[in-house]
Design a protein around this ligand. Sequence first.
Ligand code: UTP
Length: 288
Amino acid sequence: MRFVIKKAVIPTAGLGTRFLPATKAQPKEMLPIFDKPAIQYIIEEAVDAGIEDIVLVTGRGKQAIENHFDKSFELEYYLKKRGYKKLLDTVEQVAKMVDIFYVRQKQPLGLGHAVYCARSAIGSEPFAVFLADDLIYNVKSSGIEQLKKVYSEFPGVVFGVVEVPGDQVSNYGIIKGKSLGGNVFRVEDLVEKPSRREAPSNLGIIGRYILTPDVLSALGTVKSGKNGEIQLTDAIKAVCREKPVYAVKLEGKRYDTGDKLGYMKASIEYALRDKEVGRKLRDYLRRL
Ligand code: UTP
């Protein structure tokens, strides 16, 4: 049976070690990509795709995320008093966007464990998972829209992949898949962070998923895997032995904003696309 995807989980309880010291006291999801925190782009993508409820998995030191999506009476009062209408609308809009439920992951035991922490809020229907580190820029069809399109034809677990250079396969979950034509693959196996020699392909999983409740059940039984963490890839691997699982090679420009270089590329390119700042920044960069 096919369901409309209405709920999404966004895990944000990781420690962000690749971005220290910036992330020592500040969630990496709140680092701005040009003029918005990374997590806001992700929530906007979810809302635009018809997601109605978001379960945000948070951890220690992540209160700034809750504050960002909350109403800010003092700020709104000040902006109104000063007549800053446009800014007021922007600030109010952020708090109104969507219903967000917060679940705490008490220890960062891995991405799979973070998703498992959201199980009571998700219930028994398929749901989306977004990783706030992965920004996909595509004006025609967002990452989640591309997955939903495939899901409507192939209901089941569907997730996004991109081609990764050989020297980077060990940073990703890598799939072994059979092409079904176009950008879609039937997944036969998955390996979390393989060496270059062990990698069954160069297709690495990135942070957009449509998952079924089977994955939540599998997460309840999988043992900790690579790096001693409960891996989402291991649970999907268990499901793929019994039910069809699909991967979609996502179209668009993808940025890994949890990595310093990826973050800089995203910040610069999002700023270059901005109407007010873009041209001036381009001139500046040319003169550097
Ligand atoms: P990452 O693998 O990017 O880990 O997690 P991280 O801790 O955030 O960052 P680095 O690698 O140490 O720099 C992918 C996503 O899963 C979440 C993270 O917040 C991130 O959005 N996550 C990871 C959790 O919510 N809990 C965990 O235990 C691990």
